[in-house]
Structures are given as structure tokens and as C-alpha cells.
Design a protein around this ligand. Sequence first.
Ligand code: PMP
Length: 433
Amino acid sequence: MTAPHTLAARDAGAIAGNQKLRFFPLSVVSGQGSEVRDETGRTLLDLSAAWGANSLGHAHPRVVAAIQQAAANGAGASVLSAVQPAAVELAELLIGTFPGAGRGDRRVLFGHSGTDANSAALAAARAATGRDAVVAFRGGYHGGFGAAQAVSGVFVEAGVPGDPASVLLPYPAQESDLPELWRTLEDVLRTLDVAAVIVEPVQSDGGVIVPPDGFLAGLSTRTRRAGAVLIVDEVKVGLARTGQLHAFQRSGIAPDLVTLGKALGGGTPLSAVVGSADLLDRSPASALLTTAGNGVSTAAGHAVLETILSDDLASVARDRGNHLRGLLATAQRDTGEIADVRGLGLSLGIELQQDPAHSDRQADDRFTHRVIYRMWQLGVVNYLVRGNVIEWTPPLILTEHEAERAVDTLRTAIVEVRHGAVSDADIAPYLGW
Ligand code: PMP
């Protein structure tokens, strides 16, 4: 095929702008392990596995084999129309990973995306309680359209119409934020008919914020006392990334509903809500989607979950995360532009500032964009959240050598951008977001 344009130019003429969140002209024609290959044949280290839903890395042999086998087997049916083994096996395996009593009463509701999982969870909570209001958090991300988007702080704060029945509370970054938050929450729970409280265990798109100890436990107690449903959105940080299989386990709570997505499908569209039969069997909450729970996606999901469990990738994420944090702490001591490093396991945030002596959010945001652009030029894929926070969600299989390459490239990019390596004109085409 002779392409008259580069892939990026053809993409611009063919795919809806609404579906793009681009920071540089990255093309990906293939991937292997922690690396992707672009159309020029260059290989880049991918630190964005939780954006791209490839927690096990690209083309993991067990996931590839499961997909090939399921496709060749030809069962194809969705859980909507037939009982089929891959979906049942994945649901059973998933339920078995949830701690505590009551497993026999748990169910899994399959979807395709984090967005539909959260929308279905909200619908289930509303149907079960007969109430409408939802408590969510500023800076939260639960979905890219519909009901889940309407309770997503990042969108509502940016002017997307919010759910009129929802209330956004501040997400706590430290323990001293809690007393005020509890007062406001208790007020809201007393005065509104709250169906659900929806929360990320680590707030990713809001700036990689790890809440203080006691946050999820306090939220759970208050939500339950008010007769509302607690939905924990593990779409981005779930499935071992934080160093525990489920991020909520760190808090010792038992959420009513947990949503999973992204990594679950190993790159195929798959999401799940896990919770009590009481909540998920109700017909008004049904999420009848033709291909939800299809044989190929659930076979991929089963291979993903089995690999995470058999290779103990939660421990790997914890160890590799500690190693990366150590390297980043040294880089921070050497580099004035690194203002903060935070996160849990392999969900990390690196906050940048252009000038340590002078705070200017717009300048910091532009600086951060230039740094991730330069890193793309140097062969590392990473993205930013909340303007000046670089989010690293590498594959759970990241090697020590790759971790070192990531931090070395970050250091180089910062120094080069400091000296003018990337111009405003370079990043101008990508500032629309
Ligand atoms: N929840 C969280 C926490 C997310 O980060 C995202 C995606 N950024 C979603 C839900 C939505 O998932 P999807 O894009 O698969 O609809």
C-alpha cells in the first residue's frame, strides 16, 4: 500500500476529533512487551499501560493464545443469548478474588468499557434504593459519556453538563482534609436522597492523588449508614497495579459494587461490575448489551486474571513501584522542575513546575506538555493529567532496566526542555484538550 500521507495525517482526515486525546503525533503499528513500534520502525517504551489497557504488556503470549483459541473456536455468543464457558469461568475466578463472606451471593455484570460498567453500577444503585442523587468527587473520572460522564468531576468542572442530582465533593489529599469532608458528606447524606457514592481508590485523572488512610473506610461507614450504595471505581488502578489485586483491599473495606475495565480485557473491550446478586440481578438495572461478555473478550480476561494471580503481579507492581519511586526521588533531588512524586505501586504521578522559584500554573502545564513531547521524541510514551502531572502506569511486567530507562529519559527531557528543545509551535496542534 502506498500511503500518500503519514498515518497521523490520514487519521486526522478519517477519525472523529471527539475520539482523540493526543499530546504528540504518536503512531502505533505493533507492540511487544513494554514497547510499541511506530510507523517509522522506531520502538518506544510504553509507560501508559493503564490508558491503553495493556497491563500485561503488548501481545502477552497467554493473552494472544486465549484470543486466538476463542476466535478459532467460534463460540462467539454473548452472555445475553447463551450460557458459555469463558464468561462463566472468568466470572467465577473474579468472584473468588473478592475477600470476605458472601461470595455465593456475588455476581458479575459484564460490559465493554469503564464507562458502561460505571453507568450500569449507578443504574443498579438507583434501582435498588429508589433514590436518585449521587455523591462523586471533584477531579473524578468515571466515563466518557452518558450517566458515568455526568458524575465525572473532570468533565463537569470543564463545563460538560453534570447530572443535576449529583453532588461533587473535594477529593482528600491528606488527613487534615478529612474532618471538613465528613461534615459536608454527612450534610449531603442527611438532606438528599442519595442512591450511591462513587469513588476512585486512587484519583488518577484528577492528578494521581492517593487519599489518606481512613478515607475509604470512613466513606464506606457513612455511605452504608445512610442506606446508599458504595461504588468503588477500579477501572484504572485495579487488578494489581497498586500492589494489591484490588486497590480497595488496602483499606479493609467491602464495597457494595466494584467496577473493573481497561486491563481486564487485555486490550479487548471488556469491563465488569462485581457486587451482590441483590443489586445486580434487578431487571431495572439491566445492561443488555449484545456483545458484553462475548467469548473472545472473556477468554482474554480469564488469561489476564490468571496470569496476574499465578505470577503474583501485585507483588511485582509493589516492588517495581518502590524501585521506580526510589529512582524518581533521586531525580527529584537533582532536578528543581520535579515538584512532587506520588502514587501507589505502578500508578505514579510526577508533578512538574517550570520554575521552582515562581509558581505559574499555565507555564507549568506548558512545560509539562513539552517534557512529555520531548520524551516521545526520545522514545518514551507517557501522558499528563491535570495539566502538570505526568502519569506513569507502565505494564506490570516492566523490568528494572526499563524503569531506569524511563527515569533517565525523564531527566534528559527536563534538561533539554529547560534549554529550549521543544517550542510552543511543536505542541500547539495538541493544545485543544
Ligand atoms: N473510570 C476510571 C477511573 C477511568 O480512569 C476511566 C478511563 N480513563 C474510566 C472509568 C472510563 O473507562 P473507559 O474509557 O473504558 O470507558
